[in-house]
Design a protein around this ligand. Sequence first.
Ligand SMILES: Cc1cc2nc3c(=O)[nH]c(=O)nc-3n(C[C@H](O)[C@H](O)[C@H](O)COP(=O)(O)OP(=O)(O)OC[C@H]3O[C@@H](n4cnc5c(N)ncnc54)[C@H](O)[C@@H]3O)c2cc1C
Length: 361
Amino acid sequence: MTKWDVVVVGAGQAGCAAAWDLAAAGQRVLVLSRPAGQGKPCAGGVTAKTLNRYRFSIAPVVREVVSTLWVGRFPAGSQALQAASPFCVMTERAELDAFCRQQAQEQGASFAETRGIQTLRQDGRSVTLTTREGERFQASAVIAADGAHSPVRKLLGECRYGGAVAIEGCVPREQLSWYPGMTLDFAAIKGGYGWLFPKGDHVNVGLYVWRQGIASPGREQLDRYSQQQLGVRPSGVQGYPLGTWLPLARLCQGRILFAGDAAGCTEALLGEGIYGAVLSGQLAAQAILAGQLASYSGWLAGWREEMATVEQLARLFYPLMPLSTRMLQGNLGETLVEGFARGLTLGQCKRRWRGASMVGG
Ligand SMILES: Cc1cc2nc3c(=O)[nH]c(=O)nc-3n(C[C@H](O)[C@H](O)[C@H](O)COP(=O)(O)OP(=O)(O)OC[C@H]3O[C@@H](n4cnc5c(N)ncnc54)[C@H](O)[C@@H]3O)c2cc1C
């Protein structure tokens, strides 16, 4: 058995953010993760507020810098919302994760692969984990950053929550007769949207539904959407749930803290999850460094409150289609992209928009 200060389960955005902070503070950190494989299904859009949260620049893995958002179906039904400065960058998720992992390694974090965690036991002072390979690790705290399916949460007998769901695929640029800008199309699917994200050598195309059960975005639907929009069917299609249950989730169980999608930190309206993953990973690390594990939930309370507000927004926004799209194509959308360009969160943009409409009206 090897002993560590902290074991992090999962080497995605939450796990790498936590490992970076812990290692930078001199902790002995081990990140246990599944082999990278094809990479986590993700469109790789990283907003300005997330860029502000990283402890390092992600410039080496940026493929496109975006300051215009197209809302609606291209070309006739869509409207360009132009921000004064970039509000988002496009990355390939496997490249982004590998880069963040390398940054954490440079701070001194260790990484090891496993097919999964078999057992977890904790007493008042430490947590012991056994992997499926039979290896044992002991640490004074564990961060479960193992994604929306969170096997650690299941091992601890925590209940399952229903979140959002999305499916994505890629179309190589050489197969395209036109190269789209970043597009969100709310007519593509009930209770969600279709997206086109330009990535330089290809376009990422996908479908998002804000709550499982409203619609099931499957392979056939994605093929049809991609065919309509780009004239080609995508390859490398993968679907995955998104953790949008932060308002309901327990964030801490003894010496085990949940971060990222495992904690439900993704916002429900558009499914942006990288910001919540980085934020919660960093806060979990800070709680451990401060020796105040139980404070973690309180430190994440602001984000939890915002996620509850954004969920209410999604409840209102999607049933009101197509009116919501028209609103987004106007004042609301402009406030949103401007706010995003300034590094604001959705909740902060909403407050600005309400403020502006009250002044205007
Ligand atoms: C199709 C799709 C598109 C998306 N597009 C965007 C986008 O453009 N922008 C955005 O901000 N968000 C997007 N999201 C949401 C975003 O991908 C997630 O919110 C984010 O990845 C959460 O990060 P995480 O680190 O919490 O979890 P994950 O990224 O899921 O990482 C979990 C890690 O845990 C590991 N793991 C899992 N099980 C085990 C185990 N048993 N043992 C060890 N390790 C394990 C995995 O290998 C992985 O390394 C998208 C989601 C989907 C599904």
